[in-house]
Design a protein. Structure first.
Length: 242
């Protein structure tokens, strides 16, 4: 009887889902800063489907303005651009870079990103803000290939039969790689550095522009970016026995 009663109670019980929020602390303390400067981004040389550096700069400026209390500085020209142009002047005609020239540019760009004295001078010019800079890459992906599948067919007697085979699928998409540097404009020292990677794939019947894919991937990445400098909340649900 006790077992039956317990079973009956469970059978009659109902469940309810309630929303919950879990607070997450920011990875770095930016309370000492009143301003933030998005100083530009390094991108690979050559033609690109998306103007990564200016698009990323504008997008992060908007997000920082909406989601932090920091004053967002908007210079006419990102400070990183001037430093990178000095490296470009040493290379060949625009759009016709050799493998060695691309590698040299990458090394020069890395040196600038890690140059504390350069960033200290930038910080001095812009009244010691938090500086956001880094490297951004956006590439087309091709994941076309054979994929195993199962389907049901009927034989001559109308009996169902499972058939296994392979089918060629066209799958293309894009990947976004970003490495963000958070620099103390007072000293030029890097406070935090973090990499993010996102990828999206589309079926053969989906026609999506590179720019639309870029914004889709950045939309996934932004909460993690903001979580570096501002507290975030993870929203979920909890199931309770009613």
């Amino acid at each position: 009887m006790l077992v039956l009663a317990g079973t009956s109670l469970v059978a009659c019980a109902s469940f309810v889902e309630i929303p919950v929020e879990t607070p997450l602390q920011s990875k770095i303390d930016v309370s000492a800063f009143r301003r933030v400067l998005v100083a530009g981004f390094v991108t690979d040389l050559g033609e690109a489907d998306v103007e990564l550096a200016p698009e990323t700069t504008r997008l992060l400026q908007n997000q920082l303005r909406s989601n932090t209390k920091l004053q967002v500085l908007e210079p006419d020209r990102p400070p990183l651009n001037d430093a990178l142009e000095k490296s470009l002047e040493k290379l060949g005609e625009g759009g016709k870079y050799t493998k060695q020239e691309r590698e040299q540019y990458r090394l020069d760009a890395d040196r600038v990103l890690q140059d504390g004295e350069f960033w200290r001078k930038v910080g001095e010019e812009y009244q010691n803000p938090l500086i956001v800079t880094g490297r951004v890459g956006f590439d087309a992906q091709n994941r076309s290939g054979f994929q195993s599948e199962e389907r049901v067919v009927r034989d001559q007697f109308n009996r169902p039969r499972l058939v296994r085979g392979n089918r060629y699928l066209e799958r293309k998409g894009f990947s976004l790689n970003a490495e963000f540097y958070f620099v103390d404009g007072r000293t030029g020292q890097t406070l935090h550095k973090e990499k993010f990677t996102e990828e999206v794939l589309y079926g053969e019947d989906q026609k999506v522009s590179p720019l639309s894919s870029y914004f889709e991937l950045m939309d996934r990445l932004l909460p993690n970016f903001l979580g570096v400098i501002s507290p975030q909340k993870i929203r979920g649900t909890r199931v309770l026995l009613k």
